[in-house]
Ligand binder design. Structure first.
Ligand code: CA
Length: 540
């Protein structure tokens, strides 16, 4: 068998149960097709936020090991550098060495400096080709830091028809079409990182928003219940997954104000996902046209759980000055209405809103918490894998737990590429994860411990047990085999066998934290305090 092509498709802040094939109301026919011809994972874990997740995906290491524990802020000398380390390899570097053509399209978010080309930019990290945004997010109509190769390409957006989701798709399709005709033929690695459905709520076609009229009218409470029923029916979750309590920090739907605006927010979010799904459909068609679909390992995933962030984050002036993600005017010169103001209907270029906490609570059904936390709602993501000639089971749900560090070993397993011992003469850490392929082919796999930390929120999972805490709070212990949604804290009883297990797992987590060079959140908070910054306001 020849080495397969590899295509990653990444969504940004898409909740676990949003896609149709995971039980959501959102229409995702292209993704559903990949799921029907491949597998869905029911326990695939990411990091808690964009930057750490992308770092793990591309390097096979924990984000703390590669300088990206939080975001792309340079917090040296005491904090993380916030830029991709030199002593690690990316998937593109490994596959490029093995004869692959490599391309990255879309969001990068792994470099502290997004203005001047540097060693953390895509072309210097193994990609032959790059088009996309280097920063965390921004307008879909006029994206800041849009870059082709290493040159600013923001003027691409002067075309009135420009829309970032479509531009990402167009570039990915062009890449595939040109590789298909190239001789001699080389396998390719294409990394497609959409920014959808990360805020701002931008959707260019009113018909796509109107297509969701009525779909969400019963509100987040009723829809959470129905989603979980569909997830049980589809086998994406078993009966051990109960519905978490409604987040007390958001109103019941029956008491929600500005309901028309609330519905509009969710409909625009759904339309954003629809645009992305259409792009995924075009990418799959391009692979078919190149007669390469069945010989391509296609991995779709979201980088973290749905986001509860309300806009603006922190005082507006600081939000403006600290981030390079904001346009104050449209391309036509009109002011942009920044923030979640109910009198403004989101979707167009002169708006800048997010869908907010209550809808994110629906997106993460049935779990607790959100992006930034490491309870299930923050780190459990939809993940679909298709590779027909690789013998991956078709249409099945795979229940074995995996996390982002396992993707790189999976690709190495599939392609036969070796993991190097060094980069540019410097030793690098061994890959942390293990191949998912045996499990994706339907075999039983042994248990392996998984670890997380982000802004002090921490967790370790060993088999059915998960120890998890919010920063500054005591550890909680859950039996995920009986209680997937983390509803019954077994560590609440501070004595007995559960307490012993909790202590053992806590010690395991501490040892991991030391090994990966974790910088305690208190240290970073101290740095921000000295600089007069709120925690983390920048986008991610
Ligand atoms: Ca994200």
């Amino acid at each position: 068998m020849t080495a397969p092509n590899v295509v990653f498709i990444v969504a940004d802040d898409l909740g676990f149960s949003d896609p149709g094939c995971y039980g959501g109301e959102l229409r995702t026919p292209a993704l559903d097709r990949l799921a029907a011809e491949g597998v869905r994972l029911s326990q695939f874990y990411t990091g808690a936020r964009c930057t750490p997740s992308r770092a793990s995906l591309l390097t096979g290491l924990h984000p703390q090991q590669v300088g990206l524990g939080i975001l792309t802020n340079d917090d040296r000398p005491r904090g993380y550098p916030g830029t991709l380390a030199e002593d690690c390899v990316t998937m593109a570097e490994i596959l490029g060495e093995g004869g692959y053509t490599t391309g990255a399209v879309g969001k990068w978010h792994l470099a502290a400096d997004v203005r001047r080309a540097n060693r953390a930019w895509p072309l210097r990290r193994g990609f032959d080709h790059y088009f996309g945004t280097l920063s965390g997010c921004g307008s879909y109509y006029d994206p800041p830091t849009l870059t082709r190769g290493e040159s600013n390409a923001e003027s691409d957006a002067l075309d009135p028809a420009f829309f970032y989701t479509d531009a990402i798709t167009d570039e990915a399709v062009d890449f595939l079409a040109s590789r298909a005709g190239a001789r001699p033929r080389r396998p390719f690695f294409l990394y497609v990182a959409y920014t959808a459905p990360h805020w701002p709520l931008h959707a260019p076609d009113e018909a796509e928003i109107a297509a969701y009229d009525g779909v969400f009218d019963d509100g987040w409470d009723a829809l959470r219940t129905r989603r979980l029923e569909r997830m049980h029916e589809a086998g994406v979750l078993g009966p051990e997954a109960g519905l978490s309590e409604a987040d007390p920090a958001r109103p019941a739907w029956s008491e929600a104000k500005h309901r028309a605006w609330q519905l509009r927010r969710m409909q625009v979010y759904a339309a954003q996902v629809g645009r992305m799904d259409r792009g995924i459909g075009r990418i799959v068609s391009a692979l078919e046209d190149a007669v390469a679909l069945d010989d391509t390992l296609v991995v779709f995933l979201s980088d973290n759980g749905a986001s509860p962030e309300e806009l603006p984050l922190g005082p507006l002036e600081r939000f403006r000055s600290r981030t390079d993600i904001l346009r104050l005017r449209t391309r036509g010169g009109s002011p942009v209405a920044i923030g979640n103001e109910p009198s403004v209907s989101p979707g167009a270029e002169d708006t800048f809103q997010s869908y907010g906490r209550a809808w994110a609570n629906l997106s993460n059904t049935p779990f607790r918490r959100y992006k930034r936390w490491v309870h299930e709602g923050g780190i459990c993501a939809p993940c679909v894998v298709r590779w027909r000639s690789g013998g991956i089971a078709e249409g099945r749900v795979i229940d074995a737990p995996f996390q982002l560090i396992d993707v790189l070993p999976t690709v190495l397993h599939a392609t036969g590429a070796p993991y190097p011992a060094e980069r540019k003469g410097r030793p690098i850490p061994p890959a942390e994860g293990r191949s998912m392929l045996p499990a994706l082919r339907g075999d039983e796999v042994p248990e392996s411990s998984l670890y997380w930390e982000h802004t002090g929120n921490a967790a370790v999972r060993r088999g059915r047990w998960k120890l998890v805490r919010e920063h500054g709070r005591p550890w909680e212990l859950y039996d995920l085999a009986a209680d997937r949604s983390e509803l019954r804290d077994l560590a609440a009883d501070r004595r007995g066998p559960a307490a012993e297990l909790a202590a053992e797992l806590a010690a395991d987590w501490e040892a991991w934290a030391r090994r990966v060079g974790l910088i305690p959140w208190e240290v970073t908070l101290g740095i921000y305090e000295e600089r007069g910054l709120d925690e983390v306001e920048a986008a991610g």
